[in-house]
Design a protein around this ligand. Sequence first.
Ligand code: HEM
Length: 212
Amino acid sequence: MKKSWWIMLFLSIAIMLPFIIPYLTFDPASSRVDISSRTIQYPALVLHIVLAFVAMITGFLQFHKKIRENNPSLHALLGKVYVVSVCISGGLALIVTCYEPDYGRALSFLFLDLIWLFTTVKGFRAAVNGDFAAHKLWMIRSFAITLTAVIARAVVPLLILFYLLLHGFALPNGRTGMIEEVLDNNIWAAFILHFIIVEWYLLRPRREQLSL
Ligand code: HEM
């Protein structure tokens, strides 16, 4: 695995851990997301987070060249864990999205989730059908969506900077208003960034090779 990949792995863990840890107490009182129902919302959120983290780690390991080339059965096993984790975590994210009160934010989660599930299932089916070129392409897309959750958090400081520049370093709606506006838009920003990085840059030469 390249040095840059290790850096991305550790950065992703470092960015996500502070968001994940409060949910490992299994105490709804420490949830950062508003828990408006005493039924399925909190358990679905916690399981979504744990499995999304499993997907992130196994997803990273799928790009480990030595595992892929020297231990294909481990690659296949980790791939199955990745697919199952995404499918369950993505299914639970649909439930969690239903509790999101902000329409724009809920819509961004819905799009992200459907594309997460779609690209993962496409990648899995391509592997089952023995089409490994398409499998690689769809899995790169799927994993990039997994990383969108990380990028969405990493871009927050940049979005705050842009907000401040836009308002001449004033806070017309106060500090809370600024944070709310930024968090209502960070998923879209990460989503668009994801498309630029993956479709325009990362997959361009491969798409030509695959004549897609
Ligand atoms: C890519 C598809 C994903 C979708 C559609 C999704 C969806 C959601 C939704 C709807 C929420 C509730 C947020 C709210 O209502 O404000 C949430 C929370 C959360 N998700 Fe995901 N998620 C995804 C991926 C991930 C991944 C890959 C991770 C971890 C590696 C992750 C970790 C979290 C965490 C930690 C929270 C709690 C947020 C907080 O406390 O601020 N999610 N997710």
